[in-house]
Design a protein around this ligand. Structure first.
Ligand code: SF4
Length: 476
């Protein structure tokens, strides 16, 4: 999401006459687009800010310190606000995630010798009319931000306070962006949002064409999942309608999305993903815990049983589906028994990828104000290690099932280890598994280029990578 936001900021800056430079030493505006979801993420930003200050203080051009401005953008800006401007003269301006359009004005203020800040959250800012500058892209994969904010208020999470309420871009503006990327030759699009599958274009007229899979107009969650917010009901286009239309633009473009909430996976959505070849067969299903009592304290709106039922239905509906997850360990009051339930969830589901963290208390949240952060750090660390070990063991076991299988891979480009002596290519399956192979000097290998689809056979596998052999180029 931050990478995508930085592309939006780049576009706004470009429209105001700025251009991007590669080296920080050559910039007269330096911006950090930040995350506040964990303490650790913020610490890294503070360290980078100190390094930048030191770089500026020792810059060979003494006047540079006066000319270079440092800004903090995004969630950390929203959370810490003035504190960033007041700490050690590290920061000149601060812009929250809904204030990117104001950055050129903030810089005018900074140029007049003052500090500047805009952390106003918006109920409707989606940057739908800002064409992102995809400066780091490979011309094959692109992000499209489709909605912003979160209404869920999980008890541990600062995101609703830093990103504000949910709001979605119009379906039409997203479909137009997909058409534009298709015309430019892109082959993979990742739809982005804090709760991407809560997408809801309320301006969309019910008279317009909506996905025929919808059983009725309005909102459908997966059975057994609750919404804290009742306002989900009403007319307009939902995520299923968006996926229906976006996937129909160009069958050569693979569509992924992240990060979803498990409540917003009605069975009809799973069926659409199963039926459309270019909707990728890999889903992120953030579990957070395998214990119903911890999930209740987290205010996640589901039980372990409901989550397991969703996973079973998703696996049954979408053959070959790969599932990833997020886990937080050591949440307030977590007992050893509750921790064991998370380990058993990892044994049962066998996720192919997991983002695993120890709980860190965040300001503003319900947990911070109402529940003591009472699991000692050494117990959190031990539990986190057990979770990582359990995940890795299962991922390593299940990747053995890949041996001998055939997949269609979209080629990204050379691998990180590729060299002129030993060229290697990498790409991903539609189940999001990373594939790598040595480029031999045969006709097939030499014809392959980034953006091509190639059928491959799996020769070897570990938890992170499949070693494959190319069989046929598919879009020759
Ligand atoms: S769904 Fe919960 S964890 Fe995810 S961003 Fe919203 S509040 Fe945070």
């Amino acid at each position: 999401m931050n990478s995508s936001d930085s592309e939006i900021v780049a576009s706004i800056m470009q429209s105001s006459g700025y251009h991007r430079v590669e080296q920080p030493e050559n910039a007269n505006v330096l911006m950090f687009n930040t995350c506040a979801v964990r303490e650790n993420a913020e610490q890294k930003v503070w360290e980078r800010l100190k390094k930048i200050k030191s770089m500026l203080d020792h810059h060979p051009d003494r006047r540079w310190r006066q000319r270079a401005s440092v800004g903090v953008l995004g969630c950390m800006a929203e959370r810490l606000k003035k504190k960033l401007l007041e700490t050690d003269r590290l920061v000149d301006f601060v812009a929250g995630p809904d204030a990117y359009r104001d950055i050129p004005n903030l810089l005018n203020t900074v140029e007049s010798g003052q500090k500047a800040m805009n952390v106003q959250l918006s109920l409707d800012e989606t940057y739908a009319d800002v064409a992102p500058v995809r400066y780091d892209g490979n011309g094959i994969s692109a992000y499209i931000s489709i909605m912003r904010g979160c209404n869920n208020m999980c008890s541990y999470c600062v995101v609703p306070f830093t990103r504000g309420r949910e709001r979605s871009r119009t379906l039409e503006s997203i479909v137009n962006e997909v058409k534009d990327l298709s015309a430019k030759g892109y082959r993979e699009i990742t739809l982005l949002g804090q709760n991407v599958n809560s997408y809801w274009d309320q301006t969309f007229s019910e008279g317009s064409v909506l996905c025929p899979k919808r059983i009725r107009a309005g909102y459908v969650s997966y059975p057994g999942f609750n919404n804290i917010y009742k306002s989900r009901h009403g007319s307009g286009a939902r995520f299923i309608d968006l996926l229906d239309q976006v996937s129909a633009v160009d069958s050569r473009i693979r569509i992924r999305f992240t990060s979803p909430h498990p409540k917003d996976f009605p069975p009809q959505l799973l069926q659409l993903i199963a039926e459309r070849p270019n909707l990728c067969k890999s889903l992120h299903m953030p579990a957070q815990s395998g214990s119903t009592s911890v999930l209740a304290r987290m205010r996640r709106g589901y039980t372990r049983e409901a989550y397991m039922q969703l996973i079973e239905e998703a696996q049954k509906t979408i053959p070959g589906l790969s599932i990833s997850t997020d886990i937080i360990t050591g949440f307030c009051g977590e007992t050893e028994e509750e921790h064991q339930e998370t380990l058993s969830l990892l044994e049962e589901v066998k996720f192919y990828q997991a983002f695993m963290y120890a709980y860190s208390e965040r300001s503003h949240t319900h947990a911070k104000h109402n529940m003591p952060d009472d699991v000692p750090q050494e117990i959190k660390s031990r539990r986190l290690q057990e979770i990582i070990d359990t995940f890795r063991k299962n991922a390593a076991e299940s990747c053995l099932n890949e041996l001998g299988k055939e997949h269609v891979v979209l080629i990204d480009g050379p691998s990180k280890r590729s060299s002129p002596e030993m060229p290697q290519l990498v790409g991903r399956t539609c189940t999001n598994k990373l594939c790598v192979w040595d480029v031999k000097s045969d006709e097939l290998n030499l014809s392959l280029a980034p953006g091509d689809y190639v059928k491959v056979k799996v020769l070897d596998a570990n938890a992170a990578t499949l070693k494959v052999q190319p069989l046929t180029k598919l879009n020759a």
